[in-house]
Write a protein that binds this ligand. Structure first.
Ligand code: C5P
Length: 235
């Protein structure tokens, strides 16, 4: 395929059309935002880490039966993916209390749960991605019941597969966000990315943050932490 015009630019990625109407190219930038866009900066080589990690994890998920948008890694920062219409839901899975859960519920970060939590936010920057439940999604026609059932099933399966892959390299998967998309025929597949931008990774021994919280909370060391996750998972 040949690469054509830019279709969209997000906070961390650009999307380009290609000569194949069913394929787009994602370009991963080093730009980082936090606090609903209030903090802006860059994390050195984050784009490379997120591209390579997301691609490797999606390939493992495909082998476990979860359809994803991944097609082909072109270079350190560019990947061909299947073109989808994004379902406007941020699908979050939590295995332990952290972040907004801890704030909302008054539960200390790191508190384990009896069972994992799945939650939805409405993906809408103007509204700051409000917390919703599946009735909101149905009422506002963001997704059908069948799509929500598929998304829920895939999200919990992704959690099981990722937890295992990460624990093998001594990383605890605290929580993460997924996005799903629809192919032209309506099939639901996993889209967007799986990276230290979208997951909380804690070292299983020391509890050290190995994710974007280092940037969000001005703790420092984020570029090295991203490299560490890549080294552990990809060698
Ligand atoms: O902020 P919160 O605690 O709700 O985040 C839960 C998980 O979802 C975290 O792993 C965070 O990185 C991810 N997330 C994301 N993009 C958002 C909101 C949350 O990747 N817009």
């Amino acid at each position: 395929v040949t690469i054509k015009e830019q279709m969209y630019e997000g906070k961390a990625k650009q999307v380009f059309a290609t000569s194949d109407p069913e394929i787009v190219m994602v370009h991963y930038k080093d730009d980082a935002t936090a606090g609903d866009g209030e903090k802006k900066g860059t994390i050195r080589d984050k784009g490379i880490v997120n591209n390579k990690l997301s691609n490797a994890l999606m390939q493992k998920l495909e082998k476990e039966g979860i359809p994803t948008h991944y097609v082909e890694e072109l270079n350190d920062r560019d990947t061909l993916v299947k073109k989808v219409e994004i379902v406007p839901l941020e699908v979050i899975i939590r295995n332990m209390a952290a972040g907004h859960f801890s704030l909302r519920m008054g539960v200390a970060e790191g508190t384990p749960f009896k069972t994992p939590i799945l939650e939805f936010s409405y993906k809408n920057d103007d509204l700051h991605d409000p917390f919703i439940n599946h009735y909101y999604a149905l009422a506002l026609d963001l997704a059908t019941q069948e799509e929500i059932d598929t998304i829920t099933k895939y999200a919990f399966k992704v959690n099981e597969v990722l937890k295992k892959i990460l624990l093998d390299v001594n990383i605890r998967l605290i929580d993460f966000k997924l996005e799903f998309g629809r192919l032209a025929d309506g099939t639901i597949i996993l889209a967007d990315e799986i990276s230290p931008d979208t997951c909380r990774f804690w070292d299983a021994t020391t509890g050290a943050h190995l994710d974007k919280d280092l940037f969000r909370r001005d703790l420092g060391g984020e570029a090295d932490a991203y490299q560490e996750v890549m080294k552990r998972l990809l060698g």
